[in-house]
Design a binder for this molecule. Structure first.
Ligand SMILES: Cc1cc2nc3c(=O)[nH]c(=O)nc-3n(C[C@H](O)[C@H](O)[C@H](O)COP(=O)(O)OP(=O)(O)OC[C@H]3O[C@@H](n4cnc5c(N)ncnc54)[C@H](O)[C@@H]3O)c2cc1C
Length: 291
């Protein structure tokens, strides 16, 4: 059973190698606190759970943060008086199965929700970061040989799509609350205002110009299978599997994004997957077909 983790190595685009030497680089994995970061401008690449939290912390510490925003999933921390995780659990969203979704390959690549756990349980979305003075730019599409960052022109679309997906999730929760007689006991339905996007976000930034002293890559993780000498990896370096049953007889996988359920990569989600896979494994062992 491969349970070696989905997030072993920070994932950086190849063009990270073109960042000028005057700019320091950290990843969400190596970042610990603002003390590691030089005064001055910081660019955080990636606006999911790690990127938004790091952007907020650095902006609070007095740095001017530019946040490069690709695909992201917006969600309110508290909805109708309850935590969003409570709603998703109760309404069965987290139990959605891998064989029920239209495109499981895509579902496995969906980034983490912009949810942060804080004592005051406030929502950390792009509007909250804008209120703090963070500057938003589009997805980092490339860096030229002479160190110019190029941003995609899709920022508005990315934000609109994220707002739309959030509205769909809240619609589903409202429907579930109504069908289950909760409307009288929880707060009224509400919709957060749309994400604010400036009219013409910049499409480029000269990284050698001094405005950015540090880049923090919060662009995701990948598993490390450098030690695995089996022909089971796809071209993206992931183990080919069907709900955790790998291509090689007797090989199983745990702890991956949407392995068998939407909650598979959450600590609380592994138990049901483990039960399913151990049933499969026990049946395999009963066949007595171990090589
Ligand atoms: C930034 C971040 C925040 C998260 N926040 C939450 C959260 O708030 N709530 C939540 O439920 N989940 C969260 N998760 C997900 C959660 O951390 C994972 O689902 C969980 O850790 C998976 O457990 P695991 O045992 O499968 O993998 P891991 O915790 O990654 O453990 C894998 C283990 O395998 C070891 N290993 C790797 N290769 C080898 C090898 N060749 N030989 C021997 N050992 C090896 C590693 O050293 C490690 O000890 C978060 C993940 C990340 C990255």
């Amino acid at each position: 059973v491969l349970a070696s983790g989905a997030c072993n190595i920070a994932r950086l685009p190849d063009f990270a190698a073109r960042v000028p030497p005057s700019v320091a680089m950290l990843t969400a994995q190596s970042y610990r606190n603002p003390g590691q970061v030089a005064d001055g401008g910081v660019m955080v690449v990636g606006a999911s759970s790690s990127g938004t939290q790091i952007a907020q912390e650095l902006q609070r510490s007095g740095r001017q943060v530019t946040l490069s925003v690709g695909e992201h999933i917006r969600a309110p921390r508290i909805y109708r008086g309850r935590d969003l995780e409570w709603w998703m659990d109760a309404a069965g969203v987290l139990d959605e199965r891998y064989d029920e979704v239209d495109d499981i390959r895509r579902a496995r690549r969906v980034p983490s929700l912009q949810l942060a756990g804080t004592p005051d349980r406030t929502t950390l979305d792009l509007n909250a970061l804008l209120d703090r003075g963070v500057r938003l730019v589009g997805r980092l599409a490339g860096i030229t040989e002479d160190g110019k960052a190029q941003f995609a022109g899709s920022l508005r679309n990315m934000c609109a799509l994220s707002d739309l997906k959030m509205a769909r999730l809240l619609d589903l929760i409202d429907e579930w609350a109504r069908d289950n007689g909760l409307d009288a006991t929880v707060g009224p339905p509400e919709r957060p205002p749309p994400t604010r996007v400036e009219d013409n976000p910049p499409l480029g930034l000269d990284l050698a110009g001094g405005a950015i002293r540090t880049i923090i890559w919060a662009s995701g993780y990948r598993p490390d299978y450098s030690w695995l000498e089996l022909p089971v990896l796809d071209r993206w370096g992931h183990v080919r599997h069907d709900g955790g049953v790998a291509d090689q007889p007797g090989l199983y996988l745990m702890g991956m994004q949407f392995l068998r359920r939407r909650k598979s990569a959450l600590i609380d989600g592994a138990g049901d997957d483990a039960r399913d896979l151990s049933d499969h494994l026990a049946a395999y062992l009963r066949q007595g077909s171990i090589p």
